[in-house]
Design a protein around this ligand. Sequence first.
Ligand code: PMP
Length: 429
Amino acid sequence: LTGSEERPSVGAIKNARHPFYEHCEDTLDRIRQQGRYRTFTPLARQAERFPLYEEEYPGLPEGREVIVWSTNDYLGMGVVPEVQDAAIAAIRDHGAGAGGTRNIAGHSPLHARLEAELAALHGKEAGLLFISGYVSNQASLQTILSSMPGWICFSDRLNHASMIAGIKGAKGSSTVIFEHNDLADLEAKLAAAPVDAPKMIAFESVYSMDGDVSDIGAICALARKYGALTYLDEVHAVGLYGQEGGGVSQRDGVADQVDIIEGTLAKGFGVHGGYVTASAEIIDFLRSTASGFIFTTSLPPSVVGAALVSVRKVRAENWRREALFERVATFRQRLRAAGVPFTMTDSHIVPIPVGDAERCKRISRRLLNEFGHYATPINYPTVPEGTERLRLTPGPFHTDEMMDDMVRALATLLRAEGLMPTREVAQQL
Ligand code: PMP
């Protein structure tokens, strides 16, 4: 046989299905078999009745009302009338889209004002907006860690996927993963690294899935001792912690010790977009070199206008933060009184451990279908296998009645799954 006879004819190639289609099918089959196949639940938020949503429901033209316990709009800022009005006004005044990248006519006075506001929130010289929190992490980390030869990034084991994407995508740097929130492990690893290598410690304040909180001051002390730059993701903390909602670093009085503070406008501020704040030269460096900042259309005026009003209100008004923590405490008391197991955390996040992907999805589905409450099942790969859970984030607007109803529903469903502790265990909780 000659080489040309072994090759399929041009006609056969033309009509053959590309192997990628089969790859898609195999992958999806595997995901389904592992119980990890994701389905979306169509829920329309009712702005005037938050946290009530309408679920599309067969036979009901209006849908049906459900109570949502899993929103990341932790303070309900997305439905504050002044925030909504700012978005509408910005569209009327400036149009629906930004019309370009920041360099190509997509920069506006609103963008500049929002960046200045965010820098002030964190006590930094400057701020830079990105199209999402994901992109702010990915682009900033990748750009910084590709900048000088020999960077070593010390990365917390539970860092978010967007940080990992930036760290892994960096050219020429190496990564050392330290055990989650483990200062002794971090120090041992810093001490073992070459003294003269440029180092960074990348970590979060509130870890969103476990709800635990890092000791920012202690990590910064290690960073000083070993000459490392600090990069802190405050995505789940901004708006909620600190006198003005500047995050855990503000609450703990250590924001000035952190080199780069990253946040989102999409959770505590209820709008959309991501940002970093830092010294003027670091921000100017990212502005001038980060591909994920330069080559994409900037945030639309509606988003920037709404976020500006939201950040100003969150800085000035404490009542939503206080209400949130009061509600979380009340919810935990009621869970405890009913013997419903939950993981106690140092944050506003209330995980209900389930430990199995199928069960977790089943509880979530029955909660919605039979009781009208929605709580997202959190499965692998978001959390390790065997630690599947429901993740609840009660907010300022969940009423006592909603809580009682939810606690009853959870108790019923967890009992059906054999997940309610026996009376003896419950008494020790
Ligand atoms: N960091 C963390 C810790 C997150 O949990 C998330 C998103 N859930 C992001 C960054 C990305 O933020 P955004 O949703 O604004 O893209």
